[in-house]
Write a protein of this length. Structure first.
Length: 352
């Protein structure tokens, strides 16, 4: 009788274990379906959300300063910071557009003419010029790609403005969200979580400051070059260079067409100046200044930074400029920790 009761109890425990496994399996499936569903719902806004994370993270110290000034009122500080971000993007465009309304009208008219008729044929001797000729010959074969690049840049600006609106909620609820994310990562990565969070934060901050700082410097020098060469709307084009400079190989989409315009309307000397200035100053700064700015405060080999930026753009698009280096930094940190771990078994000495 005792054995029979024991057997029945054992079978009951086995059945309970099976039921628990089935429940866990069903829970995992349901959770996976919910996560997949959330992904598809948010997929159209993923780029804007990621940009909002980057913007709010990189300007977080400024937000905290305003929060202290406003007596700890998070909602008011978040609204004020969001307004500042909107002003930082919208006001310069409005002011420059009003100041150079005539030049903008002339540029739009010429662009429409190029779209309708295409640019006039270039003199044959220009193709033989060193540095300039190959660029112009390539431009003749890739006008559609250049115009498409301009359309993509317009979409990127729209995404940025949308991201600014999302920043309000990240500012207001950022600390609670960050704490929840840290707790989640600790359950997955254990003791490594805090260090990985710091690596990702430092890398993202370095890339943000490096990319934005380089774009600002390129924008200033582009405006100077356009002004010296006599390009109409030089300040407006210089301002737009800032956004084009955020994308690898972006500035040539502005200064190469400007160089062609200068060749036709300002003469050969001014055209050569614009081509040299664009090649060695506007685009050249990207190869010198950006690595210096990004490498400051980022414990990552420069080759990984470069590959992270370029590979990130190819894999994720515009947002990959920041995601690529951050992901490589996390992988590099994990591999470095694993290869230098002291927990590896020591090599046994041969017996005497």
């Amino acid at each position: 009788m005792h054995d029979r009761s024991y057997q029945m109890g054992k079978e009951q425990l086995v059945d309970e274990e099976k039921d628990k496994r089935i429940e866990h399996l069903i829970s995992a499936v349901v959770l996976s379906l919910i996560i997949i569903g959330c992904f598809f719902v948010l997929r159209p806004f993923l780029s804007a959300l990621l940009w909002a994370v980057i913007l709010s993270f990189s300007t977080w110290p400024v937000y905290k300063w305003w929060e202290r000034i406003l007596g700890g009122r998070k909602t008011l500080a978040a609204a004020f910071m969001t307004l500042l971000l909107i002003c930082a993007f919208v006001i310069p465009i409005v002011v420059i557009s009003i100041s150079f309304a005539d030049e903008v009208t002339a540029i739009v008219t010429k662009i429409r003419k190029i779209f309708d008729e295409g640019p006039p044929p270039l003199p044959a001797w220009i193709g033989n010029l060193p540095l300039i000729g190959p660029e112009i010959q390539y431009l003749k074969q890739s006008r559609e790609q250049i115009f498409a690049g301009g359309a993509l840049m317009g979409n990127a600006i729209f995404q940025m403005l949308l991201s600014i609106s999302v920043c309000f909620f990240f500012y207001r609820d950022g600390e609670e969200t960050a704490q929840s994310l840290a707790n989640f990562l600790r359950k997955i990565a254990g003791r490594r979580a805090d260090r990985l969070i710091k690596v990702a934060a430092d890398t993202t901050k370095g890339v943000v400051y490096g990319v934005l700082g380089t774009a600002a410097i390129q924008s200033a020098f582009a405006g100077i070059g356009f002004f010296i060469a006599g390009v109409p709307g030089a300040m407006l084009l210089g301002f737009f260079t800032f956004f084009f400079a955020l994308v690898p190989m972006g500035p040539p989409f502005l200064w190469i067409p400007a160089t062609i315009w200068v060749f036709y309307y300002k003469g050969v000397v001014s055209g050569i100046f614009m081509a040299v200035w664009g090649t060695f100053v506007i685009s050249g700064l990207d190869n010198v200044v950006k690595p210096l700015l990004i490498s400051r405060g980022v414990n990552l080999p420069f080759i990984l930074i470069l590959l992270g930026v370029l590979g990130g753009v190819i894999a994720f698009g515009f947002i990959g400029i920041f995601l690529g280096p951050a992901l490589l930094a996390l992988g590099y940190s994990l591999i470095s920790e694993w290869t230098s771990s002291k927990d590896a078994p020591e090599t046994m000495e041969p017996s005497q």
